[in-house]
Ligand binder design. Sequence first.
Ligand code: ZN
Length: 198
Amino acid sequence: MDSKTLHKSSFIPTPLYIANKSCVINVRNMHDELCFIYSILAVTKRHEVAFGAMKRQGLNRAIRYSKYLKEIKFDSDKMPMRIEDIPHFESKNPRLAINVIKYECEDLSENHTSFFKLVYKSRYFKDPRREAVCLLMIGYENKFHYLAITNLNRLLNHNKTDMLNIVAEKWCPRCLQSFSFVKTFNDHPCVSKRACLQ
Ligand SMILES: [Zn+2]
């Protein structure tokens, strides 16, 4: 049977622990496996997409990104993107530097042991012509899904109260280093060379 007739979807709902942090966009790709592509667009185009009365509400709707799909070079047959295929993808898309963090958890309920693991760091992260895009990978061996990370600090700062706006650590979405002080963050090469976007 042709697998394309099955309307396979890579979609996985956002785990509660992540959802509570309001730091990702999980595009609902219910009819395809393009989560990697939609998540890149949710990082790079969300300010264009979030306009007018719709504002942030529609940011998880795949259709809102469809007009931008042609701006990215990818092979639909190779989706969802495997980690080992990302270098080839980056070579075809010279405006992007992709970083992938994997959310590893025992289960998706509230009480679980979880951690974040860097599974792909772009070798182009120092290139200021490329936009740094951080993606969150969730799921298991045979079923995985990508989300757009829109606030790396909230995602990775585990035990602080997100709403108080206290910057205990700042994470760089480009080099993925953490900084205890905003000044040291601002002085590090990604920012001082105006390469950082966040
Ligand atoms: Zn940096």
